[in-house]
Ligand binder design. Structure first.
Ligand SMILES: [Zn+2]
Length: 382
């Protein structure tokens, strides 16, 4: 029933060399500072920092008027990296991991320090405000795989900045890539394209203009969990001119016929990494007969929208133990299956499809304003 297992990025990546070959990487200067050029609306910077003996590091970065940011941390030792605090130019703490660790509401996986790549998008919600121009500081940590602080660890830091004050409209570009042989399976291309059309229709309701291009990727269709990473995901994205989302269609994910799809992290990185992907299983959707019914295509489109929703920063409004919730004020904090299915069962981000039979499932085509606000603040949505 799960669309996704807990996302956990795993493998070591190196961003800097790949970004150097990318059209939009880095801040472009042409020597003309007379002000005739339009202001940049998207820029990316990279640096490498080293944690101190106690496994702590700071990253300073300058935010310009009207910008929001995404900070992607990548630990060279393949240990664990995370965000402890985000500090504004006046020294105030905008985000503190201790406010979220161990609690019952989820805001961002950046503070959990679970894996070797960690992504923080800021702000996340309307109540997080706008970023004051000036020097911000991210305080991070490096841990070993037994969760002890691990000092003297290099961390690649990639920061993407988006200047955009239109938080009720935006656009995003996705690449949908078929794994080896998947395109040749009977009925799969037709089903995927119909699923994409529904995904686009859903996102349009929330002010996100989604464009999708199709590609092939030379990857075994027996996919690993997304958080384990696949080198070809990074390569494909780095070769692409623009910063895009990647959706990969394979047979099964981690051999599990009940996993429809999986996002690498909440949020996922907008820059190319080995975990920069949403994976979709076509076999889980087509079911035992291998053929797509109209109902299964509906679920497929909703899975595409749901997993990408995770990637853009949304958690489930309630987890299916009914005692953990997202940090969104206008999603109900229900406490049992019956009331949760009643109050949230039509929400796109509900943890599983609500069905009365294999072929009769409720449409999950709703988002609250608070949830839409998270999508619209993701730095990859302009
Ligand atoms: Zn999910």
């Amino acid at each position: 029933m799960a669309r996704v297992t807990t996302p956990r990025p795993l493998l070591l990546i190196t961003l800097m060399g790949l970004l150097a070959g990318c059209k939009h990487a880095g801040t472009h200067h042409n020597g003309d500072d007379t002000g005739d050029n339009p202001p940049e609306t998207f820029r990316v910077e990279t640096q490498t920092v080293t944690s101190n003996n106690h496994g702590l590091f700071d990253v300073d970065f300058e935010v310009r008027e009207g910008e929001r940011v995404q900070i992607v941390l990548s630990d060279h030792k393949n240990g664990i990296v995370g965000t402890e605090q985000l500090i504004d130019p006046d020294g105030n703490t905008a985000l503190d991991w201790e406010d979220w660790a161990g609690g019952h509401h989820s805001l961002t996986e950046a503070v959990y320090g679970a894996e070797h790549v960690s992504t923080l998008n800021w702000p996340i919600r309307a109540q997080d405000g706008v970023m004051k121009p000036g020097i911000w500081t991210l305080a991070g940590d490096t841990l070993d795989r037994t969760y002890n602080y691990d000092g003297k660890t290099d961390v690649d830091v990639t920061i993407a900045y988006r200047k955009d004050d239109a938080l009720d409209s935006g656009s995003v570009h996705a690449i949908l890539a078929y794994c080896t042989g998947v395109r040749d399976q009977d009925g799969v291309v037709d089903a995927i394209e119909r699923g994409v059309a529904y995904w686009q229709e859903l996102y349009a309701k929330w002010g996100v203009d989604l464009t999708v291009e199709y590609a092939d990727i030379d990857v075994d269709p027996a996919l690993p969990d997304t958080y384990e990473g696949v080198a070809e995901y990074q390569t494909l994205l780095a070769e692409h001119a623009d910063y895009s989302l990647l959706m990969v269609v394979g047979d099964l994910i981690a051999g599990d016929a009940y996993v429809y799809g999986e996002a690498a992290a909440i949020p996922g990185p907008i820059v190319p990494t080995e975990i920069s992907a949403v994976e979709i299983s076509w076999i889980a959707h087509a079911g035992a007969n291998g053929k797509f019914s109209d109902g299964e295509i509906g679920i497929l489109g909703e899975t595409m929208a749901h997993e990408t929703g995770h990637y853009l920063g949304m958690f489930h409004p309630v987890e299916d133990g009914w005692q953990n919730w997202d940090a969104v004020e206008d999603t109900n904090d229900c406490t049992d299956m019956g009331s949760c299915e009643e109050k949230l069962g039509t929400n796109l981000m509900f943890p599983y499809p609500v069905c009365t039979s294999m072929t009769d499932c409720e449409a999950q085509d709703q988002l609250t304003d608070g949830q839409v606000g998270i999508m619209q603040r993701y730095v990859g949505v302009d």
